[in-house]
Design a protein around this ligand. Structure first.
Ligand code: SF4
Ligand code: SF4
Length: 156
């Protein structure tokens, strides 16, 4: 699928540039993500190398509020798939996936985070799947069957 196919499939061409998506985007308040502008560019060019694509948290707020029914979040997810196929994905994602495979923890708790948790009166490490050998093994098998790591590494 090309970026032009994605624009058609998810109705990006219906966009009237009202800006409601940008105004309602929680990530845009804290980052450079400008959803309206991203939709505009995706209508006329290949945005698969753009960093903004990866700032979206896929919360779906923009898609729910778009007055023209543009499937913005669905399009962003598909555009990311296209970008990943070309090797244009942030390397932190591969690090997180490898962390999940190896420890069942995408971002293991660092000593700094443990310290903050302690100051907040929380347990040093939250209970999660990383504490169970049985669950860790399930994760390892899952990642083996998905072959996602091989897929991403082959494209970098
Ligand atoms: S809310 Fe919908 S119509 Fe308005 S700018 Fe965003 S995508 Fe376009
Ligand atoms: S789905 Fe992405 S672009 Fe849309 S509002 Fe949420 S963070 Fe912003």
């Amino acid at each position: 699928m090309t970026s032009s196919d994605i624009a058609l499939k998810f109705d990006l061409r219906k966009c009237v540039q009202c800006g409601k998506c940008t105004a309602s985007c929680p990530t845009g308040r804290e980052s450079n993500l400008r959803t309206r502008a991203l939709v505009f560019r995706a209508n006329s060019s290949d945005v698969s190398t753009e960093r903004e694509l990866w700032l979206c948290t896929t919360c779906y707020t923009c898609q729910e509020r778009c007055p023209k029914g543009v499937k913005i979040t669905d399009a962003i997810i598909e555009l990311r798939n296209l970008a990943a196929e070309k090797g244009n994905y942030p390397s932190i994602h591969l690090t997180a996936i490898k962390g999940l495979r190896d420890t069942s923890d995408g971002f293991p708790i660092t000593p700094e985070v443990s310290k903050i948790r302690s100051l907040l009166g929380l347990s040093i490490e939250p209970f999660d799947v990383a504490h169970s050998d049985e669950e860790r093994e399930k994760f390892r098998k899952l990642f083996q069957s998905l072959r996602i790591i091989a897929f991403l590494e082959e494209r970098k």
